[in-house]
Design a protein around this ligand. Sequence first.
Ligand code: BG6
Length: 487
Amino acid sequence: MAKIPPGVGPQHPQIVVLVGATGDLSRRKLLPGLFHLASAGFIPGCRIIGLSLDDIDADGFRQIARKALEEFSKRKLTPADWHAFADSLDYVPISAGADALKAAVEKAEQSFSGQTRRLHYMSVPPSAALSAVRMLGEAGLVAGSRIIMEKPFGTDLASAVILNAKLHEVFDEQQIFRIDHFLGKEPAQNILAFRFANGLFEPIWNRNFIDHVQIDVPETLGLGKRSGFYEQTGAYRDMVVTHLMQILAFMAMEPPTALAPAPISEEKNKVFRSMLPIDPAHVVRGQYAGYRSEEGVDPTSDTETFIALKCLIDNWRWAGVPFYLRTGKKLAEGQRIISIAFREPPKSMFPSGSGVGAQGPDHLTFDLADASKMSLSFYGKRPGPGMRLDKLSLQFAMHDTGLIGDVLEAYERLILDAMRGDHTLFTTADGIERLWEVSAPLLESPPPVRFYEPGSWGPKAVHQLIAPHAWRLPFERAWRDSNKTGQ
Ligand code: BG6
């Protein structure tokens, strides 16, 4: 077992009320994540009370959890670890009401001799979150607790404002952790390290040197069993106004005065305030062929499963630098990249035919996968006579550090932070409301969806959207595989 440095976990054992406990996110990420945090010793103790609409008992929930761990946990499930985890699980169906929930929480607390702390995790769509919040209030489980709210936080500005106001009737802002799991990804935090822990890059991190930026997150995944949720949500609300915009803020923000929640939120929110409203003329919405015949989908559905757009940040650092965002389901490849294209030199002394500029501008590329990578591409001389230029690159791969096993999965990292009361990597009500505000023109007049074939790169119109530039993906030159080359 990896050694856990002191202070990374919470002081007291945690009583977790997991609302939406039998849902997709819970099975894929939350139960495996809580299992890892508990079994690796990050938390001094943990009891989980599942809550959902399903009429099952604690054993039924244990069966679901066991299957989830077998299917989705990246760590080996030893019989001893499983028994310890199974013992920590309990379940209350929503129909049993607030008193039953209160009794289950108190029973869990009594199983520890000392002080414990309550954490509520709302893994439910926005429409269901408020009634669950009310139930926590009725059960008297609010005082001293913390609550993690899943995205999307509302569906537009008006609903986000109402959701925030109603939430504040029950919980104080300090108790609320609005989660965006992209901010828990190791490489997302590495953007902050890369930018602000080095003197080399920040001086060129602006409109004078950067031509445009791409944040591109194509997925090969379809919807699985999530069509009910997705049909109401679509790619913009599911991915852009949440994950892609949050990553954009880390990429575009000014240096915060400290690595602490208030200064970081302040700088991120300044980026959102400088963002121009999204112009529907700069948006391509797509839907994969066959979506309308999936179970749970309206046969005339206008929900987009793909979106690409141009976003502008109208401040001193970024005026005139387009940020292109793209994401979608059932695309050709699963990737998560940020790619920064630098301006080209003003003049070339190289002979025509030398190849200078022929392979696009220099790029700095971040791969946001857990095993993150970074690459800086540039022109260099091809060996031999004359002056022929080739695109070369400097690359870093997390794999090479030998520390890849220490990476915490994004949800694990963020759950642990919430248990410690650390808001640094969580989003704020202000920031989210501003993002809904800039989204209004698009939400009010969305361009019609265009169809694309599963396994493609989306509707053809994405090329016009980015012209005269080109999408980096699919890459012309693949990442170097350090395992193969030993580099
Ligand atoms: C979720 C979205 O928030 O993020 C999913 O609801 C999406 O639709 C997922 O597939 C992508 O996350 P990751 O961590 O797999 O890149």
